[in-house]
Design a protein around this ligand. Structure first.
Ligand code: ATP
Length: 367
């Protein structure tokens, strides 16, 4: 009998999504060979702008349900600016996956690595190591066009709704506190900052009130508060002072791109979207059509998202070998930059998608 595998739903999507997905799978499988964890098997699901262009559907029939039957979902990138619905919005079936599986906790680590050109001249920028926790099912994205929930759609006015619910917000904040507590154990400050606009919007005051309620359960975590506009400023002025930031969906969308820029670019921006029953893992960047098909995409965001998936699976399936494989990949990337063996084109280096992937695989095999 063959060994039991861990089934993963695989959506490669569009543009560089396809290349970085393939790179991540190579690394995940190589880490599995080294650690001896249960191998992953992939159920590929067709979705995205190219699929829409040729079929009129944004995801294959039954694809949404099939994704939820696997242990996790891995996604490359979805959408192309040249393929749009009549209202001008892009093809976004992944937003329905977030909604359907209530993937409320969008975890976006932002970490500086050595030998990547610094965007900030202050030497403390070398210490940037924070996580943006972006709520990913409601907030202003509650009325993302793909859900068809906008209030009035005529030529005079269109209203979108920013929705904050107690159930989701309690879960989100609890997730944030647990993350800050776990990071504290690993030597980080254990500081959770609530980023909102509680001085203007009732929804945001509610978001902050629930933050304060949940805080009582986690006395070991230090609390911080920031309005989102001040947070944008502080992310440029003193990002090294932050640990975990918890925020509404749209704010998190914008701040995580800003933060990604601080540590190099979107090619390092990994992302996990976690719900109660499954998780979706994808690089936080899009399909980057300007560089697709040129072996120029930095696959590290996807590779690090793969490590986050292994870490998640390790915890869910109580399989320490999967968690070891995750740590091995993270360590290989860290060591690769330390030793200047990873030099992606994105940062002016000489290594395209294939070469970066090859190098990570060799770093895994020779720790
Ligand atoms: P979305 O709206 O889906 O986030 P987008 O097309 O607006 O996507 P991205 O695809 O995230 O934005 O990319 C913005 C720019 O960053 C791209 O044009 C590309 O030049 C660069 N970029 C993004 N991802 C990578 C990567 N993995 N490697 C190198 N450059 C990247």
């Amino acid at each position: 009998m063959g060994r039991e595998t861990v089934p993963i739903a695989l959506i490669k999507g569009d543009g560089i999504g396809v290349d970085v997905c393939e790179a991540a799978l190579r690394v995940i499988d190589a880490a599995g060979d080294v650690c001896g964890n249960a191998p992953l098997s992939y159920r590929e699901i067709k979705a995205g702008a190219n699929y829409y262009r040729s079929t009129g559907r944004d995801i294959e029939p039954g694809g949404e349900a099939a994704a939820g039957e696997c242990a996790a979902i891995f996604l490359g990138a979805i959408g192309l600016p040249s393929v749009r619905h009549a209202d001008g919005t892009e093809i976004s079936p992944h937003l329905r996956l977030r909604d359907r599986y209530q993937l409320y906790a969008g975890v976006r680590p932002v970490r500086a690595y050595p030998n990547i050109p610094r965007r900030l001249s202050d030497p403390r920028a070398a210490d940037i190591d924070l996580v943006i926790l972006r709520e990913s099912t409601e907030g202003l994205f509650y009325s993302a066009a793909v859900h068809g929930r906008s209030a009035s759609c005529d030529d005079n006015a269109v209203e979108d709704t920013l929705r904050i619910t107690r159930t989701t917000t309690e879960k989100l904040h609890r997730f944030g506190f647990q993350l800050a507590a776990r990071r504290k154990q690993e030597g980080r400050p254990g500081l959770l900052t609530c980023v909102d606009k509680a001085n203007v919007f009732a929804s945001m005051a509610f978001f902050r009130r629930i933050f304060d309620e949940v805080a009582g359960e986690f006395p070991g975590v230090t609390l911080g508060y920031n309005y989102v506009d001040a947070q944008a400023l502080d992310l440029v002025r003193k990002p090294w002072e932050f640990d975990v930031l918890v925020t509404e969906n749209m704010f998190g969308d914008i701040l995580s791109d800003l933060a990604g820029g601080l540590v190099g670019g979107m090619g390092m921006a990994a992302c996990a979207e976690i719900g109660d029953t499954t998780g979706l893992f994808q690089p936080a960047h899009g399909s980057a059509p300007d560089i697709m098909g040129q072996d120029m995409a930095n696959p590290l965001a996807a590779i690090l998202s793969g490590a986050m998936m292994l870490d998640y699976l390790g915890e869910r399936l109580t399989d320490s070998l999967l968690a070891e494989a995750a740590a091995l990949i993270q360590d290989a990337v860290r060591r690769g930059f330390n030793e200047n063996r990873l030099r992606p084109v994105e940062f002016g280096g000489d290594m395209g998608t294939g070469m970066v992937t090859d190098e990570v695989v060799s770093l895994l095999k020779a720790p």
